[in-house]
Write a protein of this length. Sequence first.
Lengths: 354, 306
Amino acid sequence: MAKKQKLILTILLLIVLFALSWVVNIAMDSYVRRIINLCLIYAIIGLSMNVTNGFTGQFALGQAGFMALGAYVVGVFTVPVKLRASVFYAVPMNPLIANIQLPVWAALIGGGILAAFVAFLIGAPVLRLKGDYLAIATLGFSEIIRIVITNASSFTNGALGIKDIPTLNDTRYIFVATAITFIFISLLINSSYGRAFKAIREDEIAAEAMGIDLYKHKCLAFMISAFFAGIGGGLYAMLLGTVDPKNFLFTLTYNFLLIIVLGGMGSITGSMLGAIVVTAGLEYLRVFDEPLELFGVNIPLFRPGFRMVIFSILLMICVLFWRHGIMGTKEFTWDGAREFVKHPLRMFHRKGVA
Amino acid sequence: MEIFQTIANMTGAALAQHVANGISLGSLYALIAIGYTMVYGILLMINFAHGDIVMMACYFAYFGIAVFNLPWYITVVVTVVLTALLGALIERTAYRPLRDAPKNSVLISAIGASFLLENLANYLFSGRPKRFPRIPILEQNVSLGSVQIQVISFVIPVVTILGLLILLHIVNHTKTGMAMRAVSKDYEIARVMGINIDNVISATFMIGSALAAVGAFMWGVKYPGITPMMGVMPGLKCFIAAVIGGIGNIKGAVLGGFILGMGEIMIVAFFPQLSGYRDAFAFIVLIVILFYKPTGLMGEKLMEKV
């Protein structure tokens, strides 16, 4: 297919999806809308995590911390000034920021920029590390961010969290944010920067020998990843309407890890699919938390907590037996789709990707 | 200057109390850190589930004493055996199938195993904290002058040193230990030389888990609240302790454990206003160590191979 045709198809698809989000927003009840919005937000954060972990090959586990930064910037600066005294009832808000209220979009972008800036600061020591060390160090920083937030009560209300954040359970806006993230990251990955990221993933020493500045590119990937995680965190805060340091425990990062593993490390469309499957799956698994009666017999297995056991077993199965996930490092392409429509059975003849 | 004031105000008794606490916390970290360092030395992977093995060992001990009414010394033995088996089981199911997979897959599998253990414990034992059973002999106080110190605070370092000596004997003077050293030096060659890699790795996991079980029991006596998430923070800190000492080095892990335990207690003692940042201390030490001495205090220098 010609390049122009594909572009038109992509734009058409985006318009159709946007129209769909409009329909969802009008026709669905608030519970379903919340799940769809959560899918979209998780897609943003999954995509952001894929930039470092999937494309640059740097195994960072700091997403929960960057989300917390974005969420707190939104939380602190969008709560209406007159409600602040009731939110910050234990420790009064710091007078420096007590009267600053930002519009939502500015707070979101501000949260992203703060997260990117912190990533820049953290990146200097951390990005010299590799593999497991990098994972532990980023995880540690994500916890440090959370600990600082818990202790800086006059800015963040400490362990009490912030409530009365203006809520945004509107699929249209969140869809636009996800689409922008998707387009930006697709363009980035197909640019010369993206090729440098992939070169670093494949072989750092060879990439360096080819003249790629390792530190600069890793830092760039890390900052972009943090920026979008911050945006995602801000949207998450607005979806919930409250933020609390306990929301951003590093176990939250595992959700996104599952998303990118399931979708395929290094596949943008894979991350989108992964986000939908994981979020919707977690909702559907709620069945396991409810008591179940079969033919009048109460099955004792079904009680609260069973859902997470199933979820973690699925994660293990996925890692052990299906390491490449849904997409591997491949992408959804229009050519591939056309091929599939013409010969729907051919994909089953080919052996799995190595 | 504030710090000198705080030190000057501190009485000898209070200082002795803090030192005792620091030593026992450090010993507990050391016992758990050994498990990390042994696994890393052989498989070059972080056993993320190790902290959760500690948690499971606490629950085993809880059920042994509180539910099955076993005497505590028998419970220790049962706990150690069960935990060693659990460690081997985790290795068998979560790590062995990925022996030849890329490192990141193994790391994700380890995270998954840890997550599974936490959720399983939450499901089986409920998320509400349980009180570790009281063991009066270990919990009574001994007075040294004006200082009151629990018996367990003396037992912990002694057991740790004993464990370390036994472990060093196993590693340096037995056939299994020799095989372990061979596998950690060169995995492929060891396999070619006829060492059964799988058995050696299983043995490593069992020894590491057994030590973790001993640590967990004493942890339970000293800090009695047990919850499904209790293993996470000690787990991360003990991995950091292993890195500080030089990963793969058993004595280094013990040294790192002591440094972390002491440092943590002393920070809270001297800077009470920083006590909220207690958990951040370990991570800051980690970053500093990795920055200035990436192979740790007692580690060997490694060259990167292309």
